[in-house]
Write a protein that binds this ligand. Structure first.
Ligand SMILES: O=C(O)CCC(=O)C(=O)O
Length: 261
């Protein structure tokens, strides 16, 4: 998938529900984002979601237990530091998404909008799910952008995704009561068997649809894995009033100025 032109990347996103855009971000910027994220982790800069808050498999029992202050997500990335804000609203992202949506994109500051971490010890695994499960928008065509700040693969908890799942009409009984796609249901086995775990290098980006089934294992390496994740919707789509999705305003992405015009 490396080296595809944006229009070809967009065609892949439409077809399989995700696409890897190789080396979307240069090494200096990735290093600066990683250094900032590592400092916020060391200093426990709020707001933070701890593994113990979510209690996914592998997480500590409570914040008071051993490993209880293992961070899962540095929340509110956009408001955390101008470096994160500039990345979230990057003109390259704005242009890419406007091509996909056919109209300008808006950053949701409610969903994802975080540095996702995965620690070797106490980092939890995440079961199969569609991100849209808890989101409330007038449309279901939302796209997340996952920027790898270091290598990602199955062994360190890299993202696995199921091609084509964004376009499938699943029945309610294929999900459990927390809306995880059941890995013990025979009718789900063929889907799960098709999962792929793209290996990422620092600076690679995965664009994925909010209905694409994805999951991740724990981190069996000796280094914390860090990724910056944001979600976007087209400007004609809006969060439904009164829902959590509408609890904070979105940020419209400005399009780059065309200097040839
Ligand atoms: O890194 C992981 O465990 C996956 C995270 C994820 O899929 C999510 O938070 O929606």
């Amino acid at each position: 998938m490396s080296g595809l032109l944006p229009d070809d990347q967009i065609a892949v996103l439409r077809k399989q529900g995700f696409v890897v855009a190789r080396q979307f971000v240069d090494a200096d910027r990735v290093a600066a984002l990683r250094a900032l994220a590592e400092r916020h982790l060391r200093e426990h800069v709020a707001p933070i979601e701890y593994e113990a808050d979510l209690r996914y498999p592998g997480a500590p029992e409570s914040r008071a237990a051993e490993g209880g202050l293992t961070v899962r997500r540095l929340l509110s990335a956009y408001a955390r530091d101008p470096l994160f804000a500039h990345w979230a609203t990057d003109p390259g992202i704005a242009q890419w998404l406007a091509r996909y949506f056919g109209e300008p994109a808006v950053l949701s500051t409610v969903h994802h909008n975080c540095v996702m971490t995965k620690h070797p010890a106490y980092g939890s695994l995440t079961g199969w799910h569609q991100d849209i499960r808890y989101w409330s928008f007038s449309d279901t065509d939302l796209v997340s952008c996952w920027l790898a700040l270091g290598p990602e693969k199955r062994e360190n908890g890299g993202l696995s995704l199921i091609p084509g799942s964004h376009a499938a009409a699943f029945a309610p009984d294929q999900f459990d009561d927390q809306k995880f796609f059941r890995d013990d249901a025979p009718q789900n086995a063929d889907w799960i068997a098709q999962a792929v775990c793209p290996e990422l290098e620092a600076g690679d980006v995965v664009f994925f649809h909010c209905r694409t089934l994805h999951a991740a294992q724990g981190n069996r390496s000796d280094r914390v894995k860090l990724s910056v994740v944001h979600t976007y919707h087209p400007q004609s789509c809006h969060a439904l009033p009164g829902t959590r999705s509408a609890s904070q305003p979105g940020v419209p992405l400005a399009m780059p100025v065309d200097e040839s015009a």
